[in-house]
Design a binder for this molecule. Structure first.
Ligand code: URA
Length: 212
């Protein structure tokens, strides 16, 4: 598995305000959206394209277009929804599938409660949106789900990641034959006893949408 921590002053600047406990939900949503677009730029570095030729007003020009099948963007409900617009802004022709997953707070295991995805993902490049890579359980379950339907490769875009989550994914998919990438704005220190990332930013879903 490949992990990329995007090292850019604008990413660091926006992330710092995102972490700040004084940042309100509307500002948090806007910053998360902007951050995702910056991360998506790096995350799509290997997106498949095909060669095309277009006519400029003066001459033919060689270029590229996104290859088919188009990429599939998969926000993990609920917090991943806060990353969807930032991602599709960069990939407007991508299709979007949904995975509803919840972490059981006592066992920290992921449970799937909703799926809305194509049955056949053969040849698809999938971009999973999950703001917090904490224990890695939710993301591992999502990646397994997508591979079971035939996905060609999976790139996870996470606002923050914990070393424990990266290690968990590394081990879970060790020796696998399909590429996995994690693109994140920062690799934080560790998890606390409740599986929250430290220093982190708290509960991403709550900060995006309020405590429900
Ligand atoms: N989910 C969150 O929203 N925050 C964390 O720190 C860990 C998991």
């Amino acid at each position: 598995m490949q992990t990329l921590v995007v090292d850019h002053p604008l990413v660091a600047h926006k992330l710092t305000t995102l972490r700040d406990v004084r940042t309100d939900s509307p500002t948090f949503r806007r910053l998360a959206d902007e951050l995702v677009t910056l991360l998506a730029y790096e995350a799509t570095r290997d997106v498949r394209v095909t060669d095309v030729t277009v006519a400029t007003p003066l001459a033919p020009a060689h270029g590229v277009r996104l290859a088919r099948p188009v990429p599939l963007v998969v926000p993990i409900l609920r917090a991943g929804l806060g990353m969807l617009d930032g991602m599709t802004r960069l990939l407007p022709t991508a299709e979007v599938g949904f995975l509803g997953m919840i972490r059981d707070e006592s066992t920290l295991k992921a449970q799937t409660y909703a799926t809305r995805l194509p049955e056949d993902l053969s040849g698809r490049q999938c971009y999973v949106l999950d703001p917090m890579l904490a224990t890695g359980g939710t993301l591992a379950a999502a990646i397994e789900f997508l591979f079971a339907r035939g996905a060609r490769d999976v790139t996870a875009i996470c606002l923050l990641a914990a070393p424990e989550g990266i290690a968990y994914l590394d081990e879970a998919f060790q020796g696998g034959d399909r590429p996995i990438r994690v693109v994140t704005a920062a690799l934080d220190e560790r998890l606390n006893e409740n599986g929250y990332i430290l220093p982190g930013l708290g509960d991403a879903g709550d900060r995006l949408y309020g405590v429900v």
